[in-house]
Design a protein. Structure first.
Length: 377
């Protein structure tokens, strides 16, 4: 049920239970030309922000209890309890959204102490508790971006300038190792080793779910020698050019050495657990054109492309494997919210996933709604 701004505000003032046990409510307003809503009444927006901040802190506390160890390791409980640089970055961003300075610092100290084992400032991508150490020293560039972005933002939020210094080290290493020119594009190689033109058939190979679009403007001042604006635009252009099969979706891994982008030969030709992050990152960036995000929003809901969250064969369009979990549906609900102003279904706000990855995506989506799309609650 959608309410007018005045009626919605009256219901909010009655009590915090509206957000602690979420109901479907939102303000009316014209659909935006870009991702995100238009200007809101300042008083209403302030109340919404305060309520959602308090509610999110409770969601974060539950997440922290289940998935973050006392010493700051973010645990992938559905994957042998390993930890990844990506997961550490997500943990930092969620702690930041909750305003949890102590947890942020604990997660950062574990990350620096256990994953920053390379000769540069980048992070080993995988730590395995069975070995008690990082088991692959190659980096994963999305994890590096997420960690650096969280540090840069935390330096301001928590007034900790040492975080900015650490972020600068990481971003300069990214600029030196994985931000590369390729024809008219600027690419983010998935890792410092193994993805270049000579490493893969029809290389270089990229993963467009590694483009954290909203992060690039914050990283640019830390390493201005890299073309971060060009990297952002190249990601959007490649998304538009990578429309494979009947559903017109990018594969998780894409080769760029041919005349046009194509699914990479050594990887499954599918849109799956990596690709589902693309609409999340698009919705996070208010400058993304609506039509870029709308094609992903159409994957869940009415219409010929719909079918719910799933691993999709990009050649045939067939569903290879459903992706159950509130977090995956929450990403698509976020996409519909950002493109059409649709209200987020209440059950997605209140139903927690038992596995690390979908629950992480659910909280990241909620944090985006909290920070700039509260009209969709």
């Amino acid at each position: 049920m959608r309410l007018t701004r005045r009626a919605g505000l009256q219901r909010i003032v009655v009590g915090c239970a509206m957000l602690c046990a979420p109901q479907a409510w939102a303000s009316d307003g014209a659909a935006p030309a870009m991702v995100g809503g238009g200007p809101r009444d300042v008083e209403t927006a302030t109340i919404l922000s305060n309520l959602s901040q308090n509610w999110f802190k409770g969601e974060w506390a539950a997440y922290r209890t289940k998935f973050v160890s006392a010493d700051g390791r973010v645990i992938d409980n559905a994957n042998g309890d390993v930890s990844h640089s990506e997961g550490q970055g997500y943990g930092l961003l969620l702690a930041l959204s909750a305003g949890d300075a102590a947890a942020f610092d604990t997660i950062w100290r574990w990350t620096a102490g256990h994953l920053q084992k390379r000769s540069d400032a980048l992070f080993a991508w995988k730590w395995d508790p069975r070995d008690g150490k990082a088991v692959d020293l190659n980096n994963a560039s999305d994890g590096d971006v997420l960690i650096a972005w969280a540090l840069a933002k935390a330096a301001k939020r928590f007034a900790r300038q040492e975080y900015e210094a650490e972020a600068r080290r990481v971003v300069r290493a990214l600029a030196a190792k994985v931000v590369v020119a390729h024809g008219k594009d600027v690419l983010l190689l998935p890792g410092a080793a193994g993805f270049g033109a000579g490493d893969q058939p029809a290389g270089p190979v990229v993963n467009l779910s590694y483009w954290v679009f909203a992060a690039f403007p914050d990283l640019a001042p830390l390493a201005p020698q890299a073309d971060w604006a060009g990297l952002r635009q190249s990601g959007l252009r490649l998304l538009d050019a990578s429309r494979f099969g009947p559903r017109r979706l990018p594969s998780d891994w894409i080769a760029l050495g041919g005349t046009s982008p194509a699914p990479a030969a050594r990887f499954p030709a599918q849109f799956g657990y990596d690709g589902i992050r693309i609409p999340l990152y698009l919705a996070q960036d208010p400058g993304v054109p609506r039509e870029t995000l709308a094609r992903f929003a159409a994957l869940d809901g009415p219409g010929p492309l719909a079918g719910g969250p799933a691993v999709i064969d990009t050649g045939t369009g067939a569903i290879r494997q459903p992706m159950p979990g509130s977090g995956y549906r929450m990403v698509y609900a976020l996409a519909r919210c950002a493109t059409s102003g649709d209200t987020i279904p209440p059950q997605l706000l209140s139903t927690r996933d038992t596995d690390y990855y979908p629950e992480t995506l659910r909280l990241l989506s909620i944090s985006i709604v909290q920070e700039r799309l509260s009209q969709c609650l």
